[in-house]
Design a protein around this ligand. Structure first.
Ligand SMILES: [Zn+2]
Length: 388
């Protein structure tokens, strides 16, 4: 599973229309082709069965069969996490996802697939490029969801000695430096091409400190602005070392986005905060980015199945105030927000920690535009200057 596929899968899940049959969303951590916490999984399955009877219970049992079958026979040896979405009934649905990074152990039954954990996964492990520079070679590695997807490698050119005439030690050193310099320059040119071709936005330099310093010194401004970290790593440890560095850099970026959101809200700029305002922005297709705390837990919300109208604050309404439909359903608000965002191709940023975002309700949206009436009160307070 690479990032592009993950995005396609998330979107397909977000677009899946609800039916009467329940959807099982099952996330598991894996180890050696087995569940890492089998007892916890059994407990979660027992919990989702609780309270379901009759047709719903039958539909759930039918949906659980392919989940169990996949966990017994479908796991690949290098997978560390899996997500399975299954529905029985008149419009059966099954999607299985495996990845080389762990997923939390979590199973839920709902009317639609629960995609938040996949969205968090996508946000945490964006793709990035590593340039691994050691004294012997330079490798350009593309990383995708915790796995190497492709790499290019070049050996440091051997310096031929004894080609007829004897070099002085100084001359030999100069020659070595020049060749090394040309080699590094050439590798950076290749790196530039790779990053441009695949639209990579994050670069990590890894390897021997003397070599990474040398490469860094030669990076053109375009690549320097995409450099997120420089780490000491060996060929064998490069994946683990850069994943850690990348996750740290990603969290720093998240914090910056959260700060920007808070600042924009405080200054009446292009942002809103809080559950109700964020829902409204998503409903109006006004949101450019949904920003939420990992711990954000708004609970459930009533949604009109006919027109999508949502009311996070009111209790159960008899009919939708927008379209009059009586088809109102209670859904998980966080899931609904994320689903809305993914349907609109609106970016989602998950923030691990931010006190100021927490004070604003743990959620907000950066907006693409504001509606005219939202400007009115702000404009009124601006003194009109008269030209003389
Ligand atoms: Zn409605």
């Amino acid at each position: 599973m690479d990032m592009e596929n993950l995005q396609t899968h998330i979107r397909a899940l977000a677009m899946l229309p609800a039916t009467d049959a329940p959807v099982v969303s099952c996330f598991v951590a894996l180890e050696n082709r087995r569940l890492k916490a089998p007892n916890l999984f059994d407990e979660q399955i027992r919990a989702v069965r609780t309270g379901l009877a009759g047709e719903m219970r039958r539909a759930l049992e039918e949906a659980l069969q392919p989940v169990q079958a996949f966990l017994h026979h479908g796991l690949s040896s290098d997978a560390k996490g899996a997500a399975i979405f299954s529905r029985a009934g008149k419009e059966p649905f099954l999607m299985t996802i495996q990845c080389r990074v762990p997923l939390p152990n979590w199973t839920v039954v709902d009317r639609t697939p629960n995609i938040y954990h996949l969205v968090e996964l996508k946000d945490t492990y964006e793709q990035y490029v590593v340039m691994l520079a050691t004294k012997e070679s330079v490798r350009i590695i593309e990383m995708n969801l915790g796995a190497v997807t492709r790499h290019l490698s070049a050996e440091m050119p051997e310096l031929r000695q004894g080609t007829g005439r004897k070099c002085s030690k100084e001359h030999y050193q100069k020659h070595l430096n020049e060749r090394g310099h040309r080699f590094v320059k050439e590798q950076i040119r290749i790196l530039e091409q790779v990053m441009a071709a695949r639209e990579h936005t994050h670069l990590i330099l890894a390897g021997h400190p003397a070599m990474t310093a040398r490469v860094r010194g030669e990076l053109p401004p375009g690549l320097l602005s995409r450099l997120v970290d420089v780490v000491r790593a060996s060929d064998a440890g490069v994946v683990a070392a850069t994943i850690d560095a990348f996750i740290k850099a990603e969290e720093k970026e998240s914090q910056t986005i959260a700060e920007k959101l808070v600042q924009q809200v405080r200054s009446g700029g292009l942002a809103v905060a809080g559950t109700a305002a964020s829902f409204e922005a998503l409903q109006r297709n006004q949101a450019d980015m949904l920003v939420l705390l990992k711990t954000y837990a708004p609970g459930e919300i009533w949604v009109c199945q006919a027109c999508g109208f949502m009311d996070p604050e009111a209790g159960r309404l008899a009919a939708c105030p927008e379209c009059g439909s009586g088809e109102l359903a209670c859904v998980d608000a966080k899931e609904q927000m994320v689903r809305f965002a993914e349907r609109q191709l609106c970016a989602v940023e998950v923030v691990n920690e931010s006190e100021s975002l927490e004070r604003m309700g743990g959620v907000g949206c950066l907006l693409r535009y504001r509606l005219a009436h939202e400007y009115r009160c702000e404009r009124a307070s601006i003194p009109v200057s008269t030209a003389t």
